[in-house]
Design a binder for this molecule. Structure first.
Ligand code: DGY
Length: 370
């Protein structure tokens, strides 16, 4: 019996010419190269950009998963420079100051995720990112208690005139005790008004109510449920009532077009002349020029500011008034908390670019677009 393949083989053998062999050879070579390139693409790490300096251990961790370009020199890039550095990058680690908008997204077609090392994300144009199919993530929760600590500390420093009196001492002006020297206002037993009652606002409320016997009132876009109100011993009031009755007003609301200049000259005029105002939210929520004027004219007693309109620039009039405590946007700045924030941003990049869901996505609708 003949082997069935033999005839075919002989038959094919007759038909195959030298040029056919050459074509087959080139096809095989082409397929090999194509497959090689494909496998190489699959095996190569995604490229990401770390837009500002961060902890070396975070760069190390990211480098296990990605080809990382990092800005460890901490150069403040212009938008054009940021776009140039983002070419070919699928992910970017941002720290809250880098503006991600439609123009940038159009110029960076490979970008898939922007991971902010901050709970606030007003540097993201979320609508533009969703339309472009680019996911944004932030870093909530890990900074809540640290930031609440700072908000409370800033309120105390403001009410008790701590930096103003320290400047006086350092200037060698302290020559004798006097009965009303830097007399401030009490925290314990006073009324704490919180505008913006998210996680950080609730943390400040608990510190005030449980630690210092403060009466807590709050105003928020939506009222907290009864259990949370009871936990914070907080009473919901209108913005106007809050401004009129609080001894200490603390701002913890997110920045948006709607919250721009939530506190301006007319709101300051509603406050008690003995009251203090603290802003740990975002610059732009307070009209800084109007606040400087109000502090100068003693419309309110004092202010504590960790954030500023157009920071790191500070309105020059604020630098001229003594009754304001000024800090350079450090409310979340303890080493463990900043490390936790950076770790969360890194974890979002690793998960998402590794094909897993991001941990703290801001605009999941973006995923339906790409
Ligand atoms: C935040 O997380 O939004 C802080 O303002 C950054 O320190």
């Amino acid at each position: 019996m003949r082997h069935p393949g033999a005839a075919v083989h002989r038959h094919e053998h007759h038909l195959v010419s030298l040029s056919d062999i050459a074509v087959l050879f080139f096809k095989a070579a082409f397929n090999f190269i194509r497959q090689f390139i494909y496998l190489d693409t699959l095996m190569s790490k995604p490229k990401i950009l770390v837009a500002r300096a961060v902890f070396p251990e975070i760069i190390e961790r990211l480098s296990q998963h990605f080809e990382v370009e990092s800005n460890q020199a901490d150069v403040l890039w212009s938008k054009a420079e940021l776009i140039a550095h983002l070419q070919g990058k699928q992910g970017v680690f941002t720290t809250g100051g880098e503006r991600i908008d439609a123009e940038l997204l159009a110029a960076c077609p490979d970008l898939k995720i922007c991971a902010n090392m901050a709970v606030g994300y007003n540097n993201f144009d979320i609508d533009a990112m969703t339309a472009a199919g680019v996911l944004g993530t932030n870093a909530p929760d890990v900074l809540t208690e640290t930031t609440a600590d700072f908000g409370f500390a800033l309120m105390m420093a403001t009410a008790r005139r701590m930096t103003e009196s320290e400047h006086y001492l350092r200037a060698g002006k302290w020559t004798k005790w006097s009965f009303d020297m830097f007399a401030g206002s009490d925290i314990h037993g006073s009324t704490l008004g919180i505008l913006g009652m998210g996680r950080i606002g609730q943390g400040i409320a608990k510190r005030g109510a449980h630690g210092f016997g403060m009466k807590v009132i709050y105003h928020n876009r939506s009222r907290l449920d009864a259990t949370l109100e009871a936990d914070c011993k907080a009473r919901y009031v209108s913005k106007e009532e809050l401004l009129k009755t609080a001894d200490h007003v603390v701002l913890v609301l997110p920045y948006s077009a709607a919250s721009h200049h939530t506190i301006g000259a007319s709101e300051l005029a509603l406050m008690k002349p003995t009251a203090t105002l603290v802003n740990i939210a975002r610059g732009g929520i307070v009209d800084d020029a109007a606040l400087a004027q109000a502090l100068k004219n003693k419309v309110i007693a004092a202010a504590g500011l960790d954030v500023f309109e157009g920071e790191p620039k500070v309105h020059p009039d604020l630098l001229d008034v003594p009754n304001v405590v000024l800090t350079p946007h450090i409310a979340s700045s303890t080493m463990p908390t900043r490390l936790a924030m950076a770790s969360l941003a890194a974890a979002n990049l690793v998960a998402f670019l590794g094909g897993q869901p991001a941990l703290t996505p801001l605009n999941p609708a973006a995923l339906e677009r790409k």
